[in-house]
Structure formats: structure tokens, C-alpha cells
Design a protein around this ligand. Structure first.
Ligand code: CTP
Ligand SMILES: C[C@](O)(CO)[C@H](O)COP(=O)(O)O
Length: 389
């Protein structure tokens, strides 16, 4: 496994360290979490492949000494990998990786948690680009929740979240700067990341945009979403037909004597599709993400709701497989508009038109749809795990 190769000339040159020597105690899996199969392959292999594809050479992987067989199996067939023994803490594992690289020191190094399997190339690019200016760079996400200070179960204050960020890996460094910083660290305390180590030694750290896809697998529930290669969800919605409103259905404006009433454009068909997608990823419903109490969504085009649901599915590791929609009304006639709706929905969902079905039915003049008081829609969605062929 120690066949080192150089990256193609057009790729940025850097070394990388993946720290994979932890026990994964909080994840509660039968084996350390970095060796658990996740989205088709061991957790560790995902980011190893991403870093190698991005041009990391060599890629040092710090493992627990008793996990060598699992590590070799997880990384089988990958070139440019150096397996080394990690330490008792994350810091010690990183230090061991840096010392292994110091023998033939690279200019730059990325340090990454094995526990963050999905590593988008644009994040690597942003971190490396920041190293042109700074000795350190970290990907981060904004804090979206209120951050409270607490004592004995009672809130005692709050932080100004606009000054805070959630820090991820890979963290990038000028190699000599991070090696010196680790060597100088006072080992009576443990840093939670390497940016702290660099800053403690006087190095500036740039903050670049991270990715929700980089989420760390920490607890058992973080593994829950990964099991199924295909997930399905259903959605249902109703809006009232009233005079003086435009009629939007399936992303298409239809000439009709009445339109649907609602906080947004009231496109009942797209709303049912949004709920079907959110249902498939277990992420609430349209009201959770676009509450009617929020003035931003007054009169909003529902196409943006569908596009957002698709992006949430992508964040969870899924793409749309197919969408099946049934519109329930006496009028207008849906048939003449079906193809336009299919095309619009396919565009919003990022799939081919043949993955979209639009059907319509009446309720034989029964009930509120039969009396023309409203339109209902129901939908089913399948989502396919991104790595599933
Ligand atoms: N002695 C250690 C401890 C942690 N890590 C690595 O540091 C990363 C981030 O740590 P964390 O998610 O906390 O992993 P664990 O320490 O394994 O988890 P836990 O705290 O639940 O045991 C992981 O990829 C982990 O393998 C490491 O290389 N060496
Ligand atoms: C390095 C890190 O992933 C940055 O967010 C994080 O600090 C690791 O913490 P852990 O407790 O070792 O998981």
C-alpha cells in the first residue's frame, strides 16, 4: 500500500493526513465507526478516495495499531497511502502523521477526520486556495441555532451567533508551520482541532465556506439515514379555489376562472411533491421549511420550495429517482398541461422528463373537489442514494 505516486501536473500538490485512530465510542457501532460500511463502502474509504482524486500525495492514514487489518481492507487497491500508528488522542494522531511526513516534508498538508466521509472537491479547492495567503485555513458553516449558556439546567445567557462558526475538516496548513505548532503545543491540554494549535503558535487561520455534506458521523443516529439505497415518501395537499387568484399547478400558470388561495402561489401539486421528497428523507414537511408565518414566502413561486427539497435530499446523500403526481379536480382539464408540468418538474428536480409522471382524476362530482371548491394533489417520490448505481 505504500506505492507513492505523484499527482498529475495539473492538480495542486499537497499531502494529506486522515486521522482514523479513534474508538468511535459515541457512535455505538459494533466496530470503530471509520470501518463501518456507509453508502456502499467503509466510512474511511470515502474521504481517502476524495483526497487521492484531488491529488493528495502521499496520504497518511493514522490508525489504531490493532486495526491494521480493517484499515488495509477498507483501503484495498488505493495507491499513495501510508498507514501509521495514531495516538491516544486526536492531537497525538495528527502529530504522528505530521512526523511521518516530515521525513520528506511537503509544502502544504490537509488534515481530515475519517469520521467526515463526504468530502466535496470544492471544499478542498477553497481550503487550498486560502493557503496561498494564510498559513492555515478551515472550512466552516454558520451557526443557525441560538446558542445559550446554561447552568444546572437553566439558561443563563446567550452568545452572539453571528461571531461564531461551526468548524469542519479538512483543515489546511503550510506544513512547516503546523509541524512547529504541534511540536510546541503544551500537552497538558487537548485541542479539539489543528487550527487552534496553529493559532496558539502565532499562525493566522483563514475561514472558508464548508459544506453540510461534510457532517461528522458522531452518534448512532448519524448512521441511520445511510441504510437504504432507495427511500420513498408521499405527500398530500389541498388548496381552496377562489375567484381573483391566478391558478398555478405543477409549476405552470393555467388560464382558469378561479385560482388557488394560499400564502405562497398555492401550487398544490408542487407542494405535494415537496412533502413527498421531505418525507423520503425524514426531514419534516413544507410547513417546517417554509412556514406560512414567514413573510418571505408570501406569493412565493413554489418551484423554489421543490428545488430546496431536492437540495436537502442531496445534502442527505440522495437524488430524485422518480416523482409520481396525481392532481384531483373537476376543472380545469389537466391533460393539455401535463407535458409542460412534467418538463417544469423535471427541470426543478434535476432529472429526465421520463422520471416524472403527472396524472389527473376527478372525484365524480363528489366532495369538495367534485363541487369545484378546491384542488387536491397527492404525490409519491423515490430517492436514490447518490453512490448507488
Ligand atoms: N486518538 C484518536 C482519537 C480520534 N481520532 C480521529 O479523530 C476524528 C474525530 O474524532 P471523533 O469523531 O471524536 O472520533 P472518536 O474519537 O473515534 O469518537 P468518540 O469520541 O465517540 O470515541 C476521527 O476520525 C477519529 O478517528 C484519532 O485519529 N485518534
Ligand atoms: C476536528 C473537528 O472535527 C473540527 O470540528 C472536531 O473538533 C473534532 O472533535 P471530536 O470531539 O474529536 O469529534
Amino acid at each position: 500500500m505504500a506505492h507513492l505516486r505523484h499527482p498529475p501536473a495539473d492538480l495542486p500538490r499537497f499531502a494529506a493526513i486522515i486521522v482514523a485512530a479513534g474508538t468511535g465510542t459515541r457512535a455505538g457501532q459494533a466496530i470503530p465507526k471509520q470501518y463501518v460500511r456507509w453508502r456502499g463502502k467503509p466510512v474511511l474509504r470515502h474521504s481517502a478516495e476524495s483526497l487521492l482524486t484531488a491529488g493528495a500525495a502521499p496520504l497518511v492514514v493514522a490508525i489504531a495499531p490493532d486495526a491494521a487489518d480493517m484499515a488495509r481492507e477498507a483501503l484495498a487497491g488505493l495507491d499513495s497511502i501510508m498507514l501509521i500508528d495514531g495516538g491516544d488522542t486526536r492531537r497525538a494522531s495528527v502529530s504522528a502523521g505530521l512526523e511521518a511526513l516530515a521525513i520528506d516534508a511537503p509544502e502544504r498538508v490537509l488534515i481530515h477526520d475519517a469520521a467526515r466521509p463526504t468530502l466535496p472537491q470544492p471544499v478542498i479547492d477553497r481550503v487550498l486556495a486560502a493557503l496561498d495567503t494564510y498559513p492555515g485555513a478551515i472550512p466552516s458553516l454558520p451557526v443557525v441555532d441560538t446558542i445559550a449558556r446554561t447552568k444546572e439546567g437553566v439558561m443563563t445567557g446567550q452568545e452572539d451567533r453571528t461571531t461564531l462558526a461551526r468548524v469542519q475538516t479538512p483543515q489546511g496548513f503550510a506544513f512547516d508551520a503546523i509541524l512547529s505548532a504541534h511540536r510546541a503545543w503544551d500537552s497538558t491540554s487537548e485541542p479539539t482541532d489543528d487550527a487552534q494549535v496553529l493559532r496558539a503558535n502565532g499562525g493566522d487561520v483563514a475561514v472558508v465556506e464548508g459544506s453540510t455534506k461534510l457532517a461528522k458521523l458522531t452518534f448512532p443516529e448519524d448512521f441511520a439515514m445511510q441504510a437504504a439505497p432507495v427511500r420513498m415518501g408521499t405527500g398530500f395537499d389541498v388548496h381552496q379555489l377562489t375567484e381573483g387568484e391566478e391558478l398555478w399547478l405543477g409549476g405552470i400558470k393555467i388560464d382558469h376562472d378561479k385560482g388557488l388561495a394560499g400564502h405562497s402561489d398555492a401550487d398544490v401539486a408542487l407542494h405535494a411533491l415537496v412533502d413527498a421528497i421531505l418525507g423520503a428523507i425524514g426531514n419534516g414537511d413544507i410547513g417546517t421549511h417554509f412556514p406560512p408565518s414567514d413573510e418571505r414566502w408570501r406569493g412565493a413561486e413554489s418551484g423554489q420550495f421543490l428545488a430546496h427539497a431536492v437540495s436537502l435530499a442531496a445534502d442527505a446523500g440522495y437524488r430524485v429517482g422518480n416523482l409520481d403526481l396525481t392532481i384531483i379536480c373537476e376543472a380545469p382539464k389537466i391533460g393539455p398541461h401535463k407535458d409542460a408540468m412534467r418538463e417544469k418538474i423535471a427541470e426543478l428536480a434535476g432529472v429526465q422528463v421520463d422520471a416524472i409522471s403527472v396524472k389527473a382524476t376527478t372525484t365524480e362530482k363528489l366532495g369538495f373537489t367534485g363541487r369545484g371548491e378546491g384542488i387536491a394533489a397527492q404525490a409519491a417520490a423515490t430517492l436514490i442514494r447518490e453512490d448507488f448505481e
